[in-house]
Design a protein around this ligand. Structure first.
Ligand SMILES: [Fe+2]
Length: 407
């Protein structure tokens, strides 16, 4: 691993630009974060409902298979044949009876155990594997897995704490509010590649006040605005955040007057789009959770989704959206969720702004690794707040990041 020459400038409220562009820093992130003592989100159980169902995904740069076995257990396996390193699975999702490498047909069960090696006893008394060849020692690499209320997480480290301790009581409370034990129903996927550093996506969600400035749709229709009643809450590491907010009315006040994106003339041809049906405890119409290191768990009105962040080197990431509801939803609720999903995804009424602005951020900083940004809105503190006119979650995030990265 190449050493980076860079150090952190001074405090958590200044963020150096090299952390978004430096290749050596990215490689350190893979080791310390994605392959380190943290729970990576890898999918939802409703994506692989039946035994044999699998999805392929990524942790850091490593290709991963998430598969349900015959005992209904979810296994997370590294997509690399134990024989010659071949990437075995080439489909994003599907169903296995067993897992066979196309090169020399080494075959594994759905738990990653090696079942068969062609010619292992030789042919006509010639060749074959040595007598002491161990099938047990030559399975697929298997990760620690934790499934909670339909969400699947995996870690490569033995040092990762229990999932409950990892999130801490408050963030776990928000997690359980949305993934409350009801069986989830898969509504669909979308994917996009964004030419920006992966951390900028987490920041985008932790940065509460941009929503009132960048997103014409949110501001105009009151879905998420600085003048809404809100909270910003972190776990003790600062790495996980929950932002919650209660929707306001479409009216002008001293907050909205400062928002150039507020437009009282805009109307919707289909007002059904804003039709919100309360379904969770509390009055919050928006709860956006960033669960370190790689997922956003979203409730915006009745559209629910996970957004998995898949880094692609320092200068790009993929965002894998999975929209879901609950098996108990009636048809009207499913239609409502799907209608509101138009806010989100690569071309969503709101999210399209984020994809573009993150790329412009990367373009702006790419040639200036020695410069640094300012995150001082709301002061210098890293404590929870009861409003969103603040960059507190970014400061808390970088406090945690520095600790993880040894910066
Ligand atoms: Fe945004």
């Amino acid at each position: 691993m190449e050493e980076t020459n860079h150090t952190w400038p001074e405090s958590n409220d200044r963020v150096p630009y090299w952390i978004y562009t430096d290749q050596a820093n990215y490689e350190r992130e893979l080791e310390k974060i994605f392959y380190g003592p943290f729970w990576n989100y890898v999918g939802l159980e409703c994506e692989i409902p039946r035994p044999g169902d699998f999805k392929r995904t990524q942790i850091g740069d490593q290709s991963i298979i998430v598969v349900r076995d015959q005992n209904d257990e979810v296994n997370v396996l590294v997509n690399r044949c134990a024989h010659r390193g071949v990437k075995i699975c080439e489909h994003d999702k599907g169903s296995f009876k067993e897992i066979m490498c196309p090169y020399h047909q080494w075959t594994y069960d759905l738990d990653g155990k090696l079942l068969g090696v062609p010619f292992h006893r030789g042919v006509r008394g010639k060749g074959g594997m040595p007598d002491n060849f161990s099938f047990e020692a030559n399975g697929l690499d298997k990760l620690r897995v934790h499934v909670r209320n339909g969400g699947i997480f995996a870690t490569m480290s033995d040092a990762t704490p229990s999932f409950e301790d990892y999130l801490g009581p408050r963030i776990l409370g928000y997690y359980d509010r949305q993934l409350d034990g009801r069986v989830l129903k898969l509504l669909g996927h979308s994917r996009q590649r964004i030419g920006a550093n992966w951390k900028l996506m987490l920041e985008n969600i932790k940065d509460t006040h941009h929503a009132s400035l960048l997103h014409v749709f949110f501001v105009t229709f009151g879905l998420f605005r600085v003048d809404n009643e809100s909270r910003v809450e972190m776990d003790k590491t600062g790495l996980h955040t929950a932002l919650s907010s209660i929707r306001g009315e479409q009216e002008l006040n001293d907050g909205t007057a400062q928002m150039r994106s507020f437009s009282s003339e805009l109307t919707l041809n289909d007002p059904n789009f804003l039709d919100f049906s309360p379904e969770f405890s509390g009055d919050q119409t928006v709860v956006m959770q960033t669960l370190w290191p790689n997922v956003i768990l979203q409730q915006q009105s009745n559209t629910l989704a996970t957004r998995q962040i898949v880094p692609q080197g320092p200068n790009a990431f993929e965002l894998h959206w999975t929209f879901f509801g609950y098996e108990t939803d009636d048809e009207e609720m499913t239609i409502r969720r799907l209608r509101q999903a138009n806010l989100m995804g690569p071309a969503g009424f709101v999210s399209i702004d984020d994809g573009q602005i993150l790329e412009r951020t990367q373009e702006g900083i790419l040639a200036h690794p020695e410069k640094r940004g300012v995150v001082q809105l709301g002061g210098h503190e890293t404590e929870d707040t009861d409003h969103m006119v603040t960059e507190v979650a970014l400061r808390a995030f970088y406090k945690g990041y520095r600790k993880v990265m040894g910066l």
